[in-house]
Design a protein around this ligand. Sequence first.
Ligand code: DAS
Length: 421
Amino acid sequence: MTRVIRVGRPTAAFAALMLGACARPGAAPVMSPSLAAPVAPVAAATAAAAPAPATGVAARPVTVVPNPNAPKVLVIATGGTIAGVQNAPGTLGAYRAGTLTAEQITASVPELARYARVETEQFSNVASTLVTPEMWVKLAKRINVVLQRGDLAGVVVTHGTDRLEETAFFLYLTVRSSKPVVVVGAQRPATGISPDGPINLLSAVRTAASPKAVQKGVMVVMDDRILSARESRKLYQRTGGFSTGDMGMLGVVASQGPEFFFAPVRRFGERSEFDLDGVDTLPKVELTMSYPGGTGQTFTTNPKGVVVATTGMTAAENATYRALRQTGVVVVTSFTSGENVNGGGGGDGPPPPARVDTTAQRDPAQRESASRDSVARPAAAPVPPGVTALHLTATKARILLMVALTKTKDPREIQRIFNEY
Ligand code: DAS
């Protein structure tokens, strides 16, 4: 059956909606109310079968042949620019992220019906700067539940790009399934000039529907690139801005569909040890940077863990974080660029000797204080070791530490986790 689908023009009500306050990318967003708790699936139906709702998205007559045997894919919408509308559609003007619904976003891409039987679910409708760790937990739990459905091939999560890489990495660690989960966003609002949301959504759904995407973990699909959630980063605020740097792509979405060339080999998905049953909130982990002349940061928030982004700490920073470790706080260091892979005690050789802080040997003040330490407190409890992140940005190291702390507070065990995931 061939259907001709016209995607709706703005109605008076929609125009009125768009006359409200708006936000520019990077500015404080004006949000639709969050539905942070998952809600019942919205009209489970193919995009082709649904009447096109008024969205403000430019009308595009499309001829689609829906595939009644296509795999089922659930699109879970959380908000972001992919759901963003402008005061003045078709301009470069300001917009409100998280405005269109899951149903409206999918209905604006009738081509989806060619590759998947799409169901939709509205999880929240916010700019991703409002996404919280509690929402990650709810979202991961929801995805773990729906992926148990035998008839569902995969899940697509639509998301704001500002915090997309964090949500995707959390899902990578905590969705315990071999089925594909694809996180996707847009850098231009749905009503803008050349919006990237529709093509990104199509590529994401094609990937989630593909048997080739099984056992690849949680992925980010943007600009036809298939990226592992572990490595993906938003490098800039334009199309093409998502990258995995030196680690490369898993594959691309070609004209014939997803093509994979690589697969992740670290722990994720079915092999993940992280069970969110009984977990509603995550342990508090703070994030800070080291810098020339820095003395280290202390916290009044009573964190269970601290991540320090550093290429090498000052003596004062070392002392501060050593003292923090002594109080039982787990301190993780992550290279500022996220690119470093040295450390952690893993690898193919014998375990390396404990890291010695040579700063104290070079710095007379430190040397004196260190020798005072060793003379005055010979029987003091050994300082728990620090943990080193391997090829993770500090923001992702923070997420892994939050998840690890749901299982253990032992820094050696946490180092094992950092070495495996
Ligand atoms: N405000 C941003 C967000 O929701 C926009 C985006 O999606 O790119 O993350």
